[in-house]
Design a protein around this ligand. Structure first.
Ligand code: 5AD
Ligand code: SF4
Ligand code: FES
Length: 345
């Protein structure tokens, strides 16, 4: 028997708010939802899973997001920064492993001036002209984004976190606003970046209505990539007693996103792999088509602790590439390392 709601979502790439609510709040559509998401993913991307080499360049952050272990107020956080030389040697290693996208991610660290970021981007593009450079360095003035793009950066990841201003205010201190976050995202699009946004699933105080608002916002923004993952508690944050997001709801939202945004790059995130040993495989089966193995030097990985019990931070992490390839295959897909620019249609 066909699931009418799921088929309507597949067909129209859209549903009414009340239909979305029904889908989000019940587990009875899950099997049909995941099956449809996998079919749509295969129609657009076959069995390909794109690998992006992630380099965590700084664990310093001037912000104080209430959910994040790297928040400025966390005196227990261990801080580090990679030098330009270290970043370039991560890229060298990644390039030899076959990676053709490098993602430079970090907290909002004023130590890295625009000039430094641009120089790093120029160096990577000069040495590896066939590679895409993705930045994920938070909220900046439009002029900074323009400089990064001018220097050769191709893509920018900035999750909107939640599209409801009241909810946003519960997750962030008063000096941050949803308005500025949106301004950043629209600036990035206008400048010509391929843009990634996204949100946490099961973040404190999140309602179904908030999740629907997230989907509506993404329909307006039309990002190339959408990163979602479960909220995971960090012990040294004001949210230390809050519950984490569930695997089930995270997978359900991933499948809904695949049906609403068939063309999108949807990562199966480390956060999914952290809350369940098979989380990343399940994320791929639910519609995900990107994984981002960590290329950061192994001795700093533990320090990039945005949430508790993050995987791939210990000894085993030198083997992430092999480990992930095996996991991708075991889930029924194939790892590819090419740039994998988004194809809309
Ligand atoms: N749990 C899950 N995801 C988190 N992020 C930050 N803190 C947490 C947490 N405690 C996510 C945010 C941010 C991305 C880099 O990591 O969505 O955008
Ligand atoms: Fe900083 Fe990002 Fe963590 Fe917020 S989520 S505290 S901006 S690293
Ligand atoms: Fe990092 Fe398996 S992916 S150890």
């Amino acid at each position: 028997m066909k699931d009418i709601l799921v088929e309507k979502l597949r067909e129209d790439r859209d549903l009414s708010d009340s239909q979305l609510k029904a889908l989000i709040e019940s587990d009875e559509h899950d099997a049909a939802l995941m099956k449809a998401a996998d079919e749509v993913r295969r129609a657009h991307y076959g069995d390909r899973v794109y690998l992006r080499g992630l380099i965590e360049i700084s664990s310093y952050c001037k912000n104080n997001c209430l959910y994040c272990g790297l928040r400025a107020g966390n005196r227990n956080a261990e801080r580090y920064r990679l030098s330009e030389e270290q970043i370039l040697s991560c890229c060298e290693e990644g390039y030899e492993l076959g990676y053709r996208t490098f993602v430079l991610q970090g907290g909002e660290d004023p130590y890295f001036t625009d000039e430094m970021i641009c120089e790093i981007v120029r160096q990577i593009k000069k040495r590896y002209p066939d590679c895409a450079v993705t930045l994920s360095l938070g909220e900046k003035p439009r002029e900074s984004y323009e400089k990064y793009h001018e220097a050769g950066a191709d893509r920018y990841l900035l999750r909107h976190e939640t599209a409801d201003a009241e909810h946003y205010a519960k997750l962030h201190p008063g000096d941050m606003s949803l308005e500025n976050r949106k301004r950043c995202l629209y600036d990035l699009k206008e400048i010509g970046f391929q843009v990634g946004s996204g949100f946490m699933v099961g973040s404190p105080y999140q309602t179904t209505e908030n999740l629907i608002a997230d989907l509506r916002f993404l329909q307006r923004l039309q990002p190339d990539m959408i990163g979602i993952g479960p909220y995971i508690t960090h012990k040294d944050t004001p949210f230390k007693d809050q519950q984490g997001g569930s695997l089930e709801l995270s997978l359900r939202m991933l499948s809904i996103l695949r049906l609403m945004f068939p063309y999108a790059l949807l990562p199966s995130t480390t956060a999914l792999g952290t809350i369940d040993p098979m989380g990343r495989e399940l994320g791929l089966k639910a519609g995900g088509n990107v994984v981002m193995p960590n290329l950061s030097p192994t001795d700093v990985r533990e320090k990039y602790a945005i949430y508790d019990n993050k995987i791939c931070t210990g000894e085993e992490s030198a083997q992430c590439r092999r480990c992930l390839e095996m996991r991708i295959e075991s889930a029924g897909y194939r790892a590819v390392t090419d740039r994998g620019d988004v194809k809309r249609g």
